[in-house]
Design a protein around this ligand. Structure first.
Ligand SMILES: [Mg+2]
Length: 374
């Protein structure tokens, strides 16, 4: 089997009106992503999703499409698509960084490999260690009335863990988390995510004031680049610290662990440049007794499926203790799949079809594609 072409399709999918997000990075109202199809001479087509966000990795739909057309496709056309490790080497040699673009291609190669073998991707990864992946919902850095009503809505749905966005302004951040705790009651798990928004000094004060609210994890309280500051915060706060924006690569992971900067590392295929890279990071973390957690960049259906296969197959991605962010489809008006993934209250169920186990809905794709707007 050989790769014959890589097709890129830019899409713009709005978030549901009551599910827009607001974080220290800004507002998220539409998802401008790229769906890719890797074509082969066998007729099998692999699906990928580049969940690009300029504020995350510097990638845009335009940069992704150009990089695939001009740099990656010329290296990969003619290659056996099941030679995923070879494709990873070729992509890394040809193009620095650009993890979400490379992840889209890599997940499509896993999809092809699974379809060719007639097995789900999780089987190729060594098989499942869990059938269901616990998840949480996220509340943006909104005003207190909206925060309270969202909390009540999620608790009524049966959600067991809620992530609250912080990192905007100290007093408002503390008030927001307090409002969630009051509305949720004592039994709901609460994590906070500051998305790099606090200075180390503000983070120290904030975590001290939030500690009595029983916080499961403080995610990326400060900006990447100063692991020593993260380590001091970890020592002082008594709240487990999770790295997200600090942990894109295997080298990032090594540095965070060596510097004693983290208790948990957030991983997912897009940010890490593919499923195989996420597994390498999870294994490096495991060697140091550090757990992993599935994070998110608000994926549509294909990207979410890749996360689920990863989360299902790696034991040290401890979604039972740290529920995952496998939630993108809940937030969008469409997931671009013919049959939606099963993302119920108990968690995400693992698709059982060959490859990623999802089918692109061409009708939705036509509705949301935005040709020529890069
Ligand atoms: Mg995060």
């Amino acid at each position: 089997m050989k790769i014959t072409a890589i097709e890129t399709i830019q899409v713009r999918v709005p978030l549901k009106p009551n599910r827009n997000t607001l974080t220290a990075h800004g507002v998220h109202i539409t998802s401008d992503y790229v769906i890719i199809k890797v074509h082969t001479d066998s007729g099998i087509i692999g699906l990928g999703e580049a969940t690009v966000a300029p504020r995350w990795s510097g990638e845009t739909p335009g940069s992704c499409i150009w990089a695939i057309r001009e740099i990656l496709a010329p290296k990969l056309v003619g290659l056996d698509p099941t030679c995923i490790n070879q494709a990873r080497l070729l992509m890394d040699r040809a193009l620095k960084l650009n993890p979400f673009t490379k992840a889209a291609v890599e997940m499509a190669l896993w999809d092809i490999s699974g379809k060719a073998a007639g097995v789900p991707v999780y089987v190729l990864l060594g098989g499942k260690v869990r059938n269901i992946i616990p998840t949480k919902m996220v509340i943006g850095a909104f005003g207190l009335d909206q925060v309270k009503s969202l909390t009540e809505e999620f608790v009524a749905m049966g959600i067991k863990t809620i992530k609250v966005k912080t990192g905007i302004e100290l007093e408002a951040d503390v008030a927001r988390v307090k409002a969630v705790r009051e509305a949720a009651g004592p039994d709901i798990g609460i994590t906070i995510d500051s998305n790099c928004g606090w200075s180390p000094a503000t983070a120290r004060v904030a975590l001290k004031r939030l500690k009595p609210l029983n916080i499961l994890i403080a995610e990326q309280p400060i900006a990447p680049g100063d692991n020593a500051a993260m380590a001091r915060l970890r020592q002082a706060s008594g709240i487990p610290i999770m790295a997200d924006e600090s942990a894109f690569t295997l080298a990032d992971t090594w540095n965070l662990i060596r510097d004693g900067a983290v208790d948990v590392i957030s991983i997912y295929p897009g940010k890490n440049g593919g499923i195989a890279n996420s597994i390498e990071i999870a294994n490096a973390a495991r060697s140091a007794g550090v757990s992993c957690h599935i994070g998110s960049n608000l994926e549509l259906g294909i990207g979410t499926a890749a996360m689920i296969h990863l989360a299902a197959s790696v034991a040290s991605i401890d979604s039972e203790k740290y529920p995952s962010d496998i939630l993108g489809p809940h937030y969008h008006v469409a997931d671009l799949l013919k049959t939606p993934l099963s993302l119920g209250i108990e968690g995400a169920l693992v698709p059982t079809g060959p490859g990623l186990g999802v089918e692109l809905d061409e009708v939705q794709l036509q509705e949301f594609r935005v040709d020529g707007r890069i």
